[in-house]
Design a protein around this ligand. Sequence first.
Ligand SMILES: *[C@@H]1O[C@H](CO)[C@@H](O)[C@H](O)[C@H]1NC(C)=O
Ligand SMILES: *[C@@H]1O[C@H](CO)[C@@H](O)[C@H](O)[C@H]1NC(C)=O
Ligand SMILES: *[C@@H]1O[C@H](CO)[C@@H](O)[C@H](O)[C@H]1NC(C)=O
Ligand SMILES: *[C@@H]1O[C@H](CO)[C@@H](O)[C@H](O)[C@H]1NC(C)=O
Ligand SMILES: *[C@@H]1O[C@H](CO)[C@@H](O)[C@H](O)[C@H]1NC(C)=O
Ligand SMILES: *[C@@H]1O[C@H](CO)[C@@H](O)[C@H](O)[C@H]1NC(C)=O
Ligand SMILES: [Zn+2]
Length: 597
Amino acid sequence: MLLKATLLPFISQAASSSVITGAQQMQQLLQAALPSIGVTLTPVVDATASSSSAVLDISLSFSPPDLPANASLVELPLVIGNVPCQTYNKTSAIVAVDDDGILDLTIATDEALNIRRWLTSRSTVGAVRLSMTALPREIDITTPMGPRIDLREIDGGLLGSASSMVPLPAAPPHQSYNITVCWDLSKAPANTSYASSLGEDRCTEIADKAQTIQALRSSIFAVGPTLHRYPPSSQSPEMSQFGLFYFGDRVHIPFDVTKLADYVHALFVNVCGFFHDSDIRPYRVFLRSSLRGFGGQGFLSSFMLEYFARVEVEQWELEWLLAHEATHNWPLMDSTPGQVSGADNTWYNEGIATYYQLLLPYRFGKTSKVEFVKQLNLNLQAYFTNPTINMSNEEVAEQTWQNSAAQRLPYHRGLLYFLQLEDVLRQSSGGKLGIRSTVLQLLDRKRKGEAFDLDCWISLAGTAIGSITIAKEQNHAMAAGGFLGLPSSALSHFDLRVVVTAQERLELGFDTAPLNSRVISGMIFGSRADEAGIQDGDTIVQTRSMYWQVADNISRNMRLRLTRDGIAFDVSYWPRSREKVPSLQVEDAGFLHGQML
Ligand SMILES: *[C@@H]1O[C@H](CO)[C@@H](O)[C@H](O)[C@H]1NC(C)=O
Ligand SMILES: *[C@@H]1O[C@H](CO)[C@@H](O)[C@H](O)[C@H]1NC(C)=O
Ligand SMILES: *[C@@H]1O[C@H](CO)[C@@H](O)[C@H](O)[C@H]1NC(C)=O
Ligand SMILES: *[C@@H]1O[C@H](CO)[C@@H](O)[C@H](O)[C@H]1NC(C)=O
Ligand SMILES: *[C@@H]1O[C@H](CO)[C@@H](O)[C@H](O)[C@H]1NC(C)=O
Ligand SMILES: *[C@@H]1O[C@H](CO)[C@@H](O)[C@H](O)[C@H]1NC(C)=O
Ligand SMILES: [Zn+2]
């Protein structure tokens, strides 16, 4: 999964290790050529309380051009996906001060634009300083899954993305800023550690880059007395290029943290080479425990992996998930303004990550051919057996947070599109060209700060194929949804044959909404869920398989702990229909035994 609008891959940061005092900082802010924003994050950790509690004080200093009364000083979305951002309302209001003293602010919310603005009560004079307290979100088992951007308290520490908690001036999208983010640990226990997507120093500067605001928004911040790093950065300078951060004792994490970190680290180095990325930005993984979730999300040069100890996870599932998230670090498409968010680019961003998540570990010898075929087949079946296969990309985007099946669809639809395109490209170039050169062209555009949207992709793909019309038609067919075909020879360069077959459709057996609301409804009479004894009105107390795990692996059972009339019981059933639907799978063509690609 990917935080769509706010993720920006090609920002590197100059790290400054010096601690800048407030006064120096203010002076520098006034002198700097670029408009500057100074952000200070102060975790307030009360370790003495019986259950420790933590909040995050945020202060923001900047010099707006003297604003008139009733102008927007800063703003923050109301929600991102289905996750509420900090409200900073009466209970914990933003306090603003400028050269004339206290500056009262009024809050104006615009539901249609999904924005909360803090308006000035008078004209501003000189530099403005805002202070506020971000409160960790209170969650329980009914909290729906969504973008992992909210501030959470974890093991007496804090983890969250700036997008949900740092209000910023409304800025034209390509306005450059000089942003400095500093930690202040004066209100936290002595051994408190910290790290963010931006770096691991006390102060980090994001300067002289376009879209600095977006870079800040798509960063994660982690701090706490039990925050740990693997590998420890002190081991060698090379180790500082990659870090996995987790809270608490790693024996409580239900998988092997060090094995996973070593895998991602090695893959990351290879992938950098594959994408011709000489920019040596460190890459960081942040772990967050939750009450039910298991999944990941990409951020700036980093990703967050969410886990729940009771969800059964296999090491390979984690590796594939992380391989997916790591590839989000490179090839990304912008959204087109005015579209349903994600309708035009999610298929690309998730599809290309799924494609490379399969391909790169195989290419770098981290997966055997047998495993590669197994994974490819699981991903193919996930498309053809998805109950929302006939939805258009636009319908999928509208339903993505209400319908778990629709949320998965772009991953596999996008994969099929890229397999189709690769076949067309190979045919038109006598086997010389695949999608890689087109993807690298996208990267070049991004690196130069140029836009990269759907039109741009179609024109690049069209040029590569030698026909814009074919590129457009292929794209429209994919966006419309339904069965997407592949000729049997489409994967012959992998020594694989595509075969037409039929497989059981994914069928939870009840509505997907109860996975959030926790009370079963919409039971399908005669389904396997029905046969397993699930009834309308049963309460889900624990999810032991994630919807996406059963969707992506046709062999997996759905496992739930339910209660009825106060009695708890476990069910495990195969969430698949009795009738089969048309599908494609691949098999080893057996011509090139042992040959690597
Ligand atoms: C950014 O601001 C810092 C201090 O806040 C200053 O030292 C640095 O020179 C500025 N950089 C640019 C590119 O303006
Ligand atoms: C202040 O601005 C808001 C919207 O930005 C507008 O609704 C409101 O009428 C304005 N108030 C005054 C007193 O101008
Ligand atoms: C203030 O925000 C909190 C959540 O941060 C919310 O629970 C509360 O209802 C809000 N109060 C008002 C008056 O909007
Ligand atoms: C900090 O101290 C606490 C309490 O002594 C301990 O539990 C924690 O592991 C320490 N954190 C680190 C990063 O060493
Ligand atoms: C999708 O459309 C095809 C062709 O119209 C139809 O046969 C199939 O049952 C539909 N699938 C679903 C899940 O609605
Ligand atoms: C798929 O699910 C089955 C049954 O839970 C499991 O044995 C298998 O390891 C999973 N993964 C793959 C790649 O087959
Ligand atoms: Zn993704």
